[in-house]
Design a protein around this ligand. Structure first.
Ligand SMILES: C[S@@+](CC[C@H](N)C(=O)[O-])C[C@H]1O[C@@H](n2cnc3c(N)ncnc32)[C@H](O)[C@@H]1O
Length: 300
């Protein structure tokens, strides 16, 4: 799973919206764990620009969170200035610290933006590449958000929206912890939490989530999708196990009231660092997931 996947259902000021400040370490670790996926996606975008002869001078990472991907994009596009844009100042602080640590402070800056209101060129400027991963689904009217982002694209620029893919798998179907298919049941309760999160958003609008169709409706052309695999076979290293365990702990918290006692007991064993059947010790833990990137261009 990735951090965003269980960022739903955490009560925040009495709503079902995530508490982004509290999720900072989780978002950071999650993005680091999924770095191979983001690197593949960035390489694909770089190839697209190279094939089209377009240069990339300014990149906006909209909904950047703690800036893990922002910095990765800065490395993938060494001639570009990259702006991490997000509504959570504490996350942008982390992005600045990360950029400084990685020697990227001269090209990576941050911008506090309230979405969707401030997604306009007067606030965020224009860019050759706008990357927005796992963020548009946190805005009530997703098509409206894409339309706003499209207005900030320079001619020849690309809008790359990371949404959807395949839910992660990390255990055998029968993991010896009671009823098989725990992951499938976690997916179901997660989807319920996601739907509630969306329904609670300001201006929530039901949309057929045909992302290429939405990008086209936003006035962009050549919409296409590609998925990138995170394939970490068993046995996972300690860092990946720790990330997975932390994420699973948050996920348990978010969905506890939707699971039966058997599944909660299985999760407790998985989370116990001393348990031979837990994520930290069992030999068969792996991580397999796919993230999809939907890309379209502004031609005129
Ligand atoms: C799930 S995180 C995605 C982080 C990062 N792009 C990634 O893929 O790991 C969503 C981000 O969107 C930001 N966000 C959500 N709703 C927002 C809003 N209405 N205005 C500004 N930022 C918002 C949050 O602060 C958070 O950093």
């Amino acid at each position: 799973m990735s951090a965003h996947d269980h960022a739903h259902g955490h009560a925040h000021h009495g709503t079902e919206q995530p508490d982004w400040d509290a999720l900072a370490p989780l978002l950071e670790r999650g993005a680091e764990l999924y770095a191979p996926v983001h690197e593949q996606a960035a390489a694909w975008l770089r190839e697209r620009f190279a094939a089209g002869g377009g240069s990339v001078r300014r990149i906006l990472d909209v909904g950047s969170g703690p800036g893990v991907v922002t910095c990765l994009l800065a490395r993938a596009f060494p001639d570009a200035e990259v702006v991490a844009a997000d509504g959570t100042p504490a996350l942008l602080e982390r992005a600045r610290e990360r950029a400084a640590r990685l020697g990227l402070a001269d090209r990576v800056t941050t911008l506090t933006v309230e979405m969707p209101e401030e997604l306009d060129p007067a606030t965020i400027g224009t860019a050759d590449l706008i990357w927005s991963s796992r963020t548009v689904h946190h805005l009530g009217d997703q098509l409206d958000a894409l339309r706003r982002l499209a207005t900030a694209l320079r001619p020849g620029g690309l809008l790359a929206v990371g949404e959807g893919g395949l839910p992660p798998r990390f255990l055998p179907r029968d993991a010896g912890l009671g009823r098989p298919d725990l992951s499938a049941r976690l997916d179901v309760v997660q989807a319920e939490g996601f739907a509630e999160m969306r329904a609670g958003l300001p201006g929530a609008t039901e949309t057929v989530e045909d992302w290429p169709g939405l990008l086209t409706a936003a006035g962009l052309t050549g919409a296409t999708s590609r998925s990138f695999l995170l394939d970490l076979p068993a046995p996972l290293d300690a860092t990946a196990r720790e990330s997975l365990r932390t994420e699973l702990a948050h996920r348990r918290e978010a969905v506890a009231d939707r699971l039966d006692d058997g599944d909660l007991a299985a999760l407790d064993r998985l989370l116990d660092p001393e348990d031979e059947a837990g994520i930290m010790r069992r030999p068969d833990v792996f991580l397999l997931a796919a993230h999809t990137l939907h890309v379209a261009a502004r031609t005129e």
